[in-house]
Design a protein around this ligand. Structure first.
Ligand code: NAP
Ligand code: MG
Length: 500
C-alpha cells in the first residue's frame, strides 16, 4: 500500500503556503453609476450661485480607475478667491453671525439629513472621482460625513455649555483647504464646526477630487442656507495660497502635507490670523507577543490598506515583537493575498485606484527606493486592471530605522516591518520620527496598553483596533503632524473667541 492511501491518516502541512487564487473568485458586483449626471464644466460656488472662473481657465477631474476625464473644474484665480471672501464677509455680517444658535443648528441638521438622503449618489461620485472602493465611501466616508454635521448641529445652540461662564464669539471668515484622500469627510470636519459656531466659509477642495464638494454646494442651496455662508473655490495649490494670503480671512484650517503646512505656517506668521494644521503621519502599529494574532492581522490590514493607504493616520510602520514575528508575517502575507485590487465601484473591491498619476508615480518611486536601500519587498499576486493607477499591497522587511521608507510618508498601500524585543524598544522606535499623528497597540494586557499608549508621542492611539473615527472624538497631531484639534468639543475651540 502506498503512502497516499486514503486509509492512512496524514497530518496537515502547516508550512505549505496557502494558495488563495487557484480555487474560486467572486463574480463582479458593480455599483450602478448611470444615474450620476455630471456637467461638462463646473464654476465656483460663490454667494449662493455657480459662477464661471474670472480667467475662464479649467482643470480636468480624472477618474483614476479609468484615466478618463469626468468633468472640468474651474481654476480659481486671486480675483475668484477675493469674490468668495467678500461674499463670505457679507454673509457673516449681514446674517449668519447674528442668527441664534438654534436657527443655525436647523440649517446644519437639514444639510446632515440631505447628505443621508443623497448618500448613495455621493458615495458613487466620491469613488469615481477619487478611486476609493465603494464599500468604504458607502460605509465609512459618507455616513461619517453626515455624522459630523449632526454632531456639530447639536452644539450650535449649546455653546454656553461647551464653554461655561464664557461667551463664544465667531471669528469671521474661515479659509479652509482640504486634501484628496477623504474629500467629503474632510469638508465635514472643516465646515460643520465653523457653521455651528457662527462663522462663514471659503473652502478649496483638492484639485483631483472637487466634484463631491461641488455637489455639496448644491445641497447647501437646496437646504436654503443663506447665500455666501458657504463658498467653494476650486483650483490648484496657487488658489489655496491666494486664500491663505487674503487679508480678510480670519482663520485658516488646512489639512494636507507637512511640506505645504510649513509654507502656510510661515506665510501666516505675524498676520494675526488663527490657524489649525492637520498634516502628515507615519504611524507605528505595535504588536506585542500576547496579542490575539488573527485580530491583530486584521487590524494591520485595516491600518495600512484602508483607502489604498492614502490615510494620514495609517499604521504604515509595523513593529512586531521578535518572538512572534515569523508567524505574524506569514499570517499577514496569507491575508494580504486575499485582498482584491480593482474597480472602485465593484462591491468586492478591497483596494481601489491610487488617486492620481502623480501619487502613483510617487509610490512607485518609494518602492524603488526601498529596494535600493536593501529591504526585502513582498507584493501579492493580485491581478490588476488593464488601465488606471493600481498598486498591489506591498510590504518591506529587513528595514532599518534610518531607511527612507521607514521615515517618510509614502501615502500608499506599502507597509514596513521592524521587530522589537522589549516594550521600551518598541516605544523608542515608534517615537523616532518627526511625525506624531497616530499609533496602535495590540496586546492582551490592559496595563501594557496604558503604559505604551502614554509613552507614545502621537495624537491618536488605538488599542486592539485601528482607524476608527467618531465625530465626538478629537483628532490631531504632535510635532510635524500639525497644530490644533478637529472633532469633538475640542474642534469648537479653533472657531471661537472666548470672552468672559
Ligand atoms: P497637499 O499637497 O499639501 O495639498 C493639500 C491641499 O492644499 C490641496 O487642496 C492642495 O491643492 C492645497 N495646496 C497645495 N499647495 C498649497 C499652497 N502652497 N498653499 C495653500 N494650499 C495649497 O497634500 P495632499 O497631497 O493633497 O494630501 C496628502 C497629505 O495630506 C498627506 O501628507 C496626508 O498625511 C495629509 N493629510 C492629513 C490629515 C490630517 O488630518 N492630519 C488628513 C488627511 C490628509 P491641490 O490639490 O490643488 O494641489
Ligand atoms: Mg479626480
Amino acid at each position: 500500500m502506498s503512502d497516499s492511501s486514503p486509509d492512512k491518516p496524514t497530518s496537515p502541512n502547516f508550512d505549505a503556503a496557502l494558495d488563495f487564487r487557484s480555487g474560486w473568485s467572486y463574480s463582479e458586483a458593480p455599483e450602478s453609476s448611470d444615474y450620476i449626471e455630471l456637467d461638462e464644466n463646473y464654476g465656483h460656488y460663490i454667494d449662493g450661485r455657480f459662477v464661471q472662473p474670472s480667467k475662464g481657465r479649467y482643470l480636468e477631474s480624472i477618474n483614476p480607475a479609468t484615466e478618463k476625464s469626468l468633468a472640468k473644474i474651474a481654476d480659481g484665480t486671486g480675483e475668484d478667491v477675493d469674490a468668495a471672501v467678500k461674499a463670505a464677509g457679507k454673509a457673516f455680517k449681514s446674517k449668519w453671525s447674528g442668527l441664534p444658535g438654534r436657527e443655525r443648528g436647523k440649517y446644519i441638521y437639514r444639510i446632515a439629513r440631505m447628505i443621508q438622503e443623497y448618500a448613495r449618489e455621493l458615495a458613487v461620485l466620491e469613488s469615481m472621482d477619487g478611486g476609493k472602493p465603494i464599500r468604504e465611501s458607502r460605509d465609512v466616508d459618507i455616513p461619517l460625513t453626515a455624522a459630523h454635521f449632526f454632531y456639530y448641529a447639536g452644539w450650535a445652540d449649546k455653546l454656553e455649555y461647551a464653554f461655561p461662564g464664557r461667551k463664544a464669539e465667531p471669528l469671521g471668515v474661515c479659509g479652509q483647504i482640504i486634501p484628496w484622500n477623504f474629500p467629503m469627510l474632510m469638508l465635514a470636519w472643516k465646515i460643520a464646526p465653523a457653521l455651528a459656531t457662527g462663522n462663514t466659509v471659503v473652502l478649496k477642495p483638492a484639485e483631483t477630487t472637487s466634484l463631491t464638494a461641488l455637489r455639496f454646494a448644491e445641497i447647501c442651496s437646496d437646504a436654503g442656507l443663506p447665500d455666501g455662508v458657504i463658498n467653494i473655490v476650486t483650483g490648484a495649490g496657487q488658489t489655496g495660497s491666494n486664500l491663505v494670503n487674503h487679508p480678510d480671512i480670519d482663520k485658516i484650517a488646512f489639512t494636507g502635507s507637512t511640506e505645504v503646512g510649513k509654507i502656510i505656517q510661515k506665510s501666516l506668521a505675524g498676520s494675526g490670523k488663527r490657524y489649525t494644521l492637520e498634516l502628515g503621519g507615519k504611524g507605528a502599529n505595535i504588536i506585542f507577543e500576547d496579542a490575539a494574532i488573527e485580530q491583530a492581522v486584521e487590524g494591520v490590514i485595516n491600518a495600512i490598506f484602508f483607502n489604498q493607504g492614502h490615510v494620514c493616520c495609517a499604521g504604515s510602520r509595523l513593529l512586531v515583537q521578535e518572538s512572534i514575528a515569523d508567524l505574524f508575517i506569514s499570517r499577514l502575507k496569507d491575508r494580504m493575498e486575499t485582498l482584491i485590487v480593482g474597480d472602485p465601484l465593484d462591491k468586492n473591491t478591497d483596494i481601489g485606484a491610487i488617486n492620481s498619476k502623480a501619487q502613483y508615480d510617487r509610490i512607485l518611486n518609494y518602492l524603488e527606493i526601498g529596494v535600493e536601500e536593501g529591504a526585502a519587498i513582498y507584493q501579492t499576486q493580485a491581478e490588476l486592471p488593464k488601465s488606471g493607477y493600481f498598486c498591489r499591497p506591498t510590504l518591506f522587511t529587513d528595514v532599518g530605522q534610518s531607511n527612507r521608507i521607514v521615515n517618510e510618508e509614502i501615502f500608499g498601500p506599502v507597509l514596513t516591518i521592524q521587530t522589537f524585543r522589549t516594550p521600551d524598544e518598541a516605544v523608542e522606535k515608534a517615537n523616532n520620527t518627526p511625525y506624531g499623528l497616530s499609533g496602535g497597540v495590540w496586546t492582551d494586557k490592559g496595563s501594557k496598553i496604558f503604559q505604551t499608549g502614554r509613552a507614545l508621542r502621537a495624537g491618536v492611539i488605538w488599542s486592539n483596533t485601528f482607524n476608527k473615527f467618531d465625530p465626538t472624538s478629537p483628532f490631531g497631531g504632535y510635532k510635524e503632524s500639525g497644530v490644533g484639534r478637529e472633532g469633538g468639543l475640542h474642534g469648537l475651540y479653533p472657531y471661537v473667541h472666548l470672552t468672559s
